[in-house]
Design a protein around this ligand. Sequence first.
Ligand SMILES: [Zn+2]
Length: 393
Amino acid sequence: MLIQHCGDARFVWNLAVEQQSWWRPGRGNGPGAAERQRQLSEARDAEPWLRAGSSAVQQQALRDFDRSMAAFFDKENPAGKPTYRSKHGAQGFVIRDTKARRVSRRWGEVFVPKCGYVRFRWTRDLPDKLGMARVTCDPSGRWHVSFPAPQPAVDRQPTGAVVGIDRGVRTALVTSDGQHYRVPRISDGRAARYLALQRRLARQQKGSRKREKTKQAMARIAAGVTDRRRDWAEKVSTKLVRDHDLVVFEKLKTRNMVRKPKPKPDPDQPGVFLPNRARQKAGLNRGILGSCWGLLAGRTEQKAVASGAAVVYVDPKHTSQECRACGHVASENRESQAVFRCVNCGHEDHADANAARNILARGLAVSAQAPGHGASRPQKPAKAAAGTIRRAA
Ligand SMILES: [Zn+2]
């Protein structure tokens, strides 16, 4: 029944997307929210299979769509136009007027239309007032239910401490205090397993059950690493907000950040390159896991806003080439990936820490101009936000 709810919600959503796609300038307005709901009940009368599903779930899918359209028209919001949802990938639907209760220390129950009470593992306190609940199924087949709640404040004392953060490639994240954080990566063993599955998938027949099984196994590996990255982003963002009044990030298109592994030239044939395993693994780290920078910056900002700290984004241009001591900008300053040595004054530093200190200095300049804390909007977090189903907690 849960799978059917997901399918119904997706079907209704996609119909709405298709209907909207017929709009052209000069054609007048498309059907509004009320008209769409009326059309849905008409469709339910005409199609028994649609009537077999839950009207509450289907109506909520339309309300979801209305909200997406509203977000799309909101100029302040970076959300894109609602897009078609696929039956591959994450699935989900929304329950309205949520009824949830606790049955034991570990277990709770939430009422799902046409299913009755469904048990879920109770992992954190629910908000006082339950509005909607979102049920999702991720590609590896795990079901979650999430209850929207305001971001709680991080327990912190204002200290006046400030920090700049460079999203270096080598150590992942370096603060202006010289602290390094490393993003969890896929382990060698898992990477090898994933690549083997990928090759198997390429040989398997499309639409076959064995292929589906292979896909699931790949999704499970990806989910494990994604979970670790999410956990990392939560912990690091909490720590950043707890310990600092001002956190400065660089505005960065994460897509440009991907470092290519060095090609291996063939010593016998100049101009020919040997196959490079690192390349495949880097592709994995990039492809199946994406980047968690958007997540980290987004979560840091949300927690900061709730806790009385500020997040500022600055232009990262030349931050890695500028000398913190004398301000001299030259690409020769960057002696290697790790070492910074100024050709003008001889100032020497860890390259990423030097960049982080530059970022901090720019952030301080920005926040001095605009004393109203937290004025800047976050960058659009990668690509995940628009059109996809948000993951449950
Ligand atoms: Zn210098």
